[in-house]
Ligand binder design. Structure first.
Ligand SMILES: Cc1ncc(COP(=O)(O)O)c(C=O)c1O
Ligand SMILES: N[C@@H](CCCC[NH3+])C(=O)O
Length: 407
């Protein structure tokens, strides 16, 4: 059974403290609560006691986040040489790191092969020629094969990976590929299989998750002699306040049942589930423009701060932190950021206590794929990140940072 609340909604954050942080550090500002990451890690560990749980770094690579995850004893699933380096720097030992190479650039392989000599982590290949490229670099070590399971799931087609051809070796070819690795490549040790259905799995699409796990267990039995079979991450969190939280015990039960009779260890690699509700984004109202239809409310966080609404049409919970908000009438508004793109809209129809210039708004579930996908487009410096306790865990970029890399 789970031991702590399965979701932290925006209303559970301390408004007064968020206002203080906005005053002290300015906005846009990401606020991260490491305690919530620990609670999420505990809940995963309780639901999946038999599994090796690795954090998918791509959700949030801030060093304070990685330190917290490392202290929780989880592993690190890395998508690039940069993420492997970050994991090592944060103290993850090689046996807790897995590098999942997706069409890896040569520079990534150079760096990773060098790191693997000292740290002996597992490298997951999604194409046979990646193995040839590793051998060209005298790679010797642990290999895992990424499978394209032909089963996808996710909150949006853009993040549904299990049936996308660019990820993994087609399911039916995997046994032969594993045989040739074992017979023709003595320097590498095949230790696992891996697949990932996609990101943002909700209670409704558990059937896809179950089918992926079933297929992977079958493959694990067929290939045999493996240390682990990884069935990916993708556990969703409710962005809509009305949506119930993912029933983690039900996901674990479905996984266990489908993984039946596979001798290898079950491995999972959630990103979003660990960090999404550990973070909020604070943004300030910079303009209120009456229009004949929905009034436009300008805010200082745009698609360069939080890309998810523009990229996926994602809808995040948004609250006003105005101290007198309860006394104001509600108004529907279009919340737009400061970027010269029509897509730069946080929400087209959001009801808020009559927004006024200077109000601070809080955006929920911003701990995953928020800061991580921020950019400097329109020459907007990236925001600061602070912990709920007030530690500055990433400084705000300045205008001079924008040209730091240029001659
Ligand atoms: C290979 C792999 N593992 C793990 C994850 C983590 O996904 P999520 O953050 O949805 O748990 C992803 C992202 O979708 C991924 O591509
Ligand atoms: N960036 C996506 C998740 C992608 C996961 C990467 N495989 C999101 O914000 O929902």
């Amino acid at each position: 059974m789970t031991t702590n609340p399965p979701v932290r909604r925006l209303a559970d954050w301390p408004d007064g403290r968020l206002r203080e942080l906005a005053d002290e550090h300015g906005t846009p500002l990401y606020v991260i609560d490491p305690d919530r990451i620990r609670e999420n890690a505990d809940r995963l560990g309780t639901a999946f006691p038999e599994a090796e749980v690795s954090y998918a770094l791509k959700a949030n690579t801030n060093r304070a986040v990685l330190d917290t995850v490392e202290q929780c004893g989880l592993g690190a699933e890395c998508a690039s040489a940069g993420e492997v380096q970050r994991a090592i720097d944060a103290g993850f030992s090689g046996d807790r790191i897995r590098y999942t190479a997706v069409n890896p650039p040569a520079r990534d392989l150079d760096h990773v092969v060098e790191l693997a000599r000292g740290h002996e982590f597992v490298t997951t290949i999604g194409a046979l020629d990646t193995l040839d490229r590793l051998r060209d670099r005298d790679f010797a070590g642990h290999i895992c094969v990424r499978v394209n399971p032909g089963v996808g799931a996710g909150h949006h087609a853009k993040v549904t990976t299990g049936d996308a051809p660019q990820f993994g070796i087609p399911y039916d070819r995997v046994p032969d590929v594993c045989t040739s690795i074992r017979t023709e490549m003595p320097a590498v040790d095949l230790v696992g299989l891996h697949a990932h259905a996609g990101s943002g799995i909700s209670g409704d699409d558990l059937s896809a998750h179950r089918e992926l796990v079933r297929r992977m267990a079958e493959l694990g039995r067929q290939v045999g002699g493996l240390d682990f079979v990884a069935v990916g991450g993708g556990f969703g969190v409710p962005y809509d306040p009305e949506e119930p939280p993912l029933d983690l015990d039900a996901v674990a039960a479905a996984t266990r049942e489908a993984f039946d009779r596979c001798n290898a260890q079950l491995a999972i690699e959630p990103g979003r589930y660990l960090v999404a509700d550990s973070g909020v984004l604070l943004t300030t109202v910079t303009a209120v423009k009456p229009t004949p239809e929905t009034p436009v409310v300008g805010v200082d966080a745009g698609m360069t701060t939080l890309l998810r609404p523009a990229l996926y049409g994602a809808v995040h919970e948004i609250h006003s932190l105005a101290p007198d908000g309860d006394a104001r009438p509600s108004r529907s508004c279009l919340l737009a950021g400061p970027i010269c793109e029509t897509a730069d809209v946080l929400d087209r129809n959001r009801s808020l206590p009559d927004p006024r210039y200077g109000d601070v708004l809080a955006v929920g579930n911003a701990g995953a794929y928020g800061y991580e996908m921020a950019s400097q487009y329109n020459s907007r410096p990236r925001p600061a990140v602070v912990s709920l306790a007030g530690d500055r865990i990433a400084r705000r970029e300045t205008i001079s940072d924008l040209t730091r890399l240029e001659r």
